[in-house]
Design a protein around this ligand. Structure first.
Ligand code: HEC
Length: 149
């Protein structure tokens, strides 16, 4: 191969790779946020089972899940990057037109999670109300911005 050909081939590969890398990044972002949401579901589900009386209330376990949820709560917002609005996602079109509102909802949810951590470890009655406030944040955002499956 001539040097010119090598250079041209390398160049065209680089040009081709750029949009591909972007598509990969969008896919990664979708998987990232869905993974974080799965972590929400894991910790939230464990607390919800205790709140609903499906599992015996264990203050220590409840506090563990509240703290772990708070640790991951602020992370999902980062996954809604530009260009990640199509593909294997359940995010509604409306979400992309209202990113400020979406981000504010994550902040509100994280604040509710802080309150949940503050009351967790004690009686279930106290944790219930704080848990309900977080649940309201999940539902509010899903009702507006997540496709029903
Ligand atoms: C500010 C908006 C918002 C908040 C708050 C929110 N979600 Fe979601 N959630 C979404 C969106 C949007 C999707 C779809 C993401 C996608 O498919 O790209 C989603 C998806 C999910 C999924 C499915 C993940 C998967 O497997 O693909 C679960 C589980 C979930 N959310 C749980 C929760 C729980 C539990 C809470 C509250 C503790 C919560 N979410 C709070 C917007 C939100």
């Amino acid at each position: 191969m001539s040097l010119k050909k090598v250079v041209l081939t390398t160049l065209s590969c680089a040009l081709l790779a750029a949009p591909l890398a972007q598509a990969d990044r969008a896919e990664d972002a979708i998987e990232y946020r869905q993974g974080i949401f799965k972590a929400y579901g894991w910790h939230f589900g464990a607390m919800g089972a205790m709140v609903r009386g499906k599992v015996d209330y264990d203050a220590e376990q409840f506090a563990h899940h509240a703290k772990s949820f708070l640790a991951v709560a602020p992370l999902a917002a980062e996954g809604f990057i530009e260009g990640s609005d199509f593909g294997e996602t359940s995010a509604k079109d409306e979400l992309w037109e209202n990113l400020d509102d979406v981000n504010q909802r994550f902040v509100t949810m994280t604040e509710a999670a802080e309150k949940l951590v503050a009351v967790s470890g004690g009686e279930l009655a106290g944790a219930k109300a704080a848990f309900g406030a977080v649940a309201k944040s999940c539902k509010g955002c899903h009702d507006n911005y997540r496709e029903k499956r």
